[in-house]
Ligand binder design. Structure first.
Ligand SMILES: *Cc1c(COP(=O)(O)O)cnc(C)c1O
Length: 383
């Protein structure tokens, strides 16, 4: 089976992990801060805080922005469920903004329209979570402009997009957001097995992210409320979690980061090859805007059909022929859990049409040209 995504682990990666196992620290040692510094530098951001997953990072990002009971958070329905669940963890209301069918990202016009209506109803969102689908940044300048007008905060869910650029600058520089979150799950661009990172340019947010990642406990006298009892003293000043990244995971991340640009370059080359071949076959795929350099986490075909049967047949046939095609994503509002919250079929028509058309085909840095040709040939024959 050719998977849709796959990690690359080098001998150097393995050596870095073994070194940690032989060292004094398996957790809370020097590797996590080193990895944080490296990611912050890579993105031109001031601060980075590592987590045990992007899901944890999104949860704490919401808490750090004071999302709580009664608050409203908006995100894209075409994302992994974690982009929306993070708001529910904080007892907030979640709602969605429909997507643009050419990029699959949140549609800025739909956002603007929904904001006008929300203002009339006095139901403006506190936070908008912009998801960079498949590795392409959302139109962050436009979303940021709206945030100034309607006074909401912005989290970028860049789980797909480390190594991507927007207007020539790295995704994660937080030029148009409060916090950006990356995932290091093995199908993503670089991996720590499980892991995530939140980056920000705001020192107070960095402190809140760090505090809530680790039980709400601090050993920093400046953050304490009481009198320091002595060198053993720490205080719990908020209700936090244990969402820390271990030294093993961070060591893998430091090592993987060195190959990030190469991985993304290779993904772009392979995507160009796919693009040329599918253009010749008149088969559509997610477009990348000229403002963006995509990290190409995913290559998504958009079938020229709204027939669920055709869509299903293409994916089933591909899997039978040992090509593990997939769908990213089932619209979140159609998940049973979200239907119980009151969302209905028809709420976000573009997202629902997108779902009927989307087929993710294999893309990862060591996918071979022969495999790519084979995949294209099979798709041509099935269609
Ligand atoms: C993978 C992913 C997440 C969750 O990442 P984890 O590190 O697995 O928790 C969140 N949002 C999006 C868009 C993702 O693709």
């Amino acid at each position: 089976m050719i998977p849709y995504g796959r990690q690359i682990i080098s001998d150097d990666d393995i050596e870095c992990i073994v070194d940690v196992l032989k060292s004094d620290y398996l957790t809370q040692g020097p590797k996590v801060p080193t990895f944080e510094r490296a990611v912050a530098n890579y993105c031109n951001a001031q601060h980075a805080v590592a987590f045990n997953s992007a899901t944890s990072a999104l949860h704490i990002a919401c808490l750090a922005l004071n999302v709580g009971d009664g608050d409203i958070v908006w995100t894209s329905p075409i994302s992994f469920v974690a982009s929306a669940n993070c708001a529910l963890y904080c007892d907030a209301h979640i709602d969605f903004v429909d997507i643009d069918l050419t990029t699959g990202n949140m549609c800025v016009e739909a956002l603007a329209t929904k904001l006008v209506r929300a203002k009339e109803l006095n139901k403006l969102p506190k936070v908008v979570i912009a998801v960079h689908l498949a590795g392409q940044s959302c139109d962050m300048q436009a979303i940021h402009r709206l945030s100034l007008q309607y006074n909401f905060q912005i989290i970028e869910d860049a789980s797909h997009a480390i190594g991507a650029k927007y207007l020539g600058h790295p995704v994660g520089n937080c030029a148009y957001s409060d916090i950006t979150v990356f995932s290091f799950h093995p199908v993503k661009i670089i991996t720590t097995a499980e892991g995530g990172m939140a980056v920000t340019n705001n020192r107070e947010l960095q402190q809140r992210l760090s505090l809530l990642r680790s039980h709400g406990i601090t050993a920093d006298p400046a953050q304490m409320e009481g009198e320091n009892h002595g060198p053993w003293y720490y205080e719990q000043v908020a209700l936090g979690f244990n969402y820390r990244m271990s030294e093993l995971h961070a060591a893998l991340g430091i090592s993987q980061l060195q190959l990030l640009d190469k991985f993304v370059e290779k993904r772009n080359q392979l995507a160009q090859i796919y693009a040329k071949q599918f253009d010749a076959l008149d088969i559509s795929y997610l477009a990348v805007s000229s403002d963006c350099y995509s990290s190409y986490h995913l290559f998504v075909l958009q079938l020229d059909t709204d027939c669920a049967e055709t869509h299903k047949r293409v994916i089933t046939d591909l899997r039978e022929q040992k090509v593990f095609a997939h769908v990213h994503y089932i619209p979140i509002h159609l998940q049973p859990y979200y239907q119980k919250l009151g969302f209905k079929q028809g709420d976000f028509p573009n997202a629902e049409l997108y779902y009927q058309q989307a087929v993710t085909i294999p893309l990862y840095p060591d996918l071979k040209p022969e495999q790519q040709a084979e995949i294209v040939e099979k798709i041509k024959n099935i269609l």
